[in-house]
Design a protein around this ligand. Sequence first.
Ligand code: AMP
Length: 475
Amino acid sequence: MQCRLVTSCRRTSAIDYRGYANPISGRVNLLPRHYQGTQLTTSTFDALQLDPRLLSAIHEAGYHEPTPVQAQAIPALLGGADLMVTSRTGSGKTAAFMLPALHRLATRPLSGRGPRLLVLSPTRELATQITQAANTYGKNLKQIRTVTLLGGTPYPVQNRMLSRPFDILVATPGRLLDQMNSRRVDLSQVEMLVLDEADRMLDMGFIEDVNQIAAATPATRQTLMFSATFDKPIARLAETLLRNPTRIEATSLKAAHENIEQRLHYVDNLAHKNRLLSHLLLDADINQAIIFTATKRDADLLADDLSGQGHAAAALHGDMHQGARNRTLDGLRRGRYRLLVATDVAARGIDVAGISHVINYDLPKVAEDYVHRIGRTGRAGNKGIAISLASSRDYVQLQRIERFTGKTLPVHTVAGLEPKTPIRPAPRPGRTAPASGARHRPGGSSGQPSARRDGRGSWSDARPADRAPARKRMG
Ligand code: AMP
């Protein structure tokens, strides 16, 4: 029945979850009483008893069946529970909260000035995607209006949008607080508060803002928190904001990304890194790639250099105006750019099905960001490849990433571009690098002997030139 509907629909970036091998190792505990004993992993959307106008939008979006997190979260939310969801990126978590929220708005219309649903997002890109999801799923609910409040966008436009009644507010915390302080937003009608990527909001220092915003909403609201991790700070925030929450673990972030092949290339120095990057980018299998740099400046410079080499490349980072960011993302979506050179915050939440590769030109400082970065590929049921370029300066960082993911990154080499020196930790001031105790790494797919982090041999990369700007880097 669903297939009939789906065959007539336009192309979307929907994931075909039917092909997933055991995508979820999760469980639901503390279910509200009326859900205990019910079938949790509903295999059709129809069984979720959503408003028919939502169901038809879902079918048109090309979704065959609920993802695991949707199958668990939607019934619990329709039942009124507060939710704490640990869910990986790309798991379909946006629909997991947006569908029940829209159902509520559609079936219990009110004529107040809203908003009735408030979604807080750490980044502008994620907020924009949440708004797009609201528009996609709510396309048949003509009476429902969404307003998006993002930092970096002009106030007059936002003020105009806020002056008319609306139902859904998607916002980044800083700008929302600004607008609350100017008395342009009244949160007294909020029925559902969603904190998306709550861990990231904490990392970015939004905790005070989030608490202040939550305090301006009614205590009777339903509250949902989505987070990649459930560590102590998140648990504390959940304790203050959620009431007796249902906890859903859709899968641990660490176990995710089975469809992404991860590779590690060792580099001797910057020049070697750049030669390797240039070589890797010639791979015709790269449909689109995101290349991560450590700094905004390097993102700009590297994008310039790559454009100079004839690549369709663009930069994306937090110093760009929102309009420029949107245009770049739009260009990526439309295939105008093959390469996006980005920093972590800007790239968080990017959901573009064409991204076949992620390249860590610089390794992330925070191990968890590695998982978020590589999650930009392998979207929409595709396979993805994540390549990390690392020198011995990155040794500690690499160890952290491997500890966090619980996986040893397989070392790959390119014929003619193998690292010349074995890998060992860059000596820290006042310390000597260990002479032994390192591990040998298996060879990569090229079948060539792999580099080692084994403390033997010399290392030539520990020099300040490594932090030189990309323009110099690319020569
Ligand atoms: P999210 O985790 O919310 O960022 O969603 C990731 C991607 O999954 C988006 O491209 C959605 O369009 C897609 N998606 C969400 N739910 C489903 C579903 N039930 N079936 C297929 N694709 C889905």
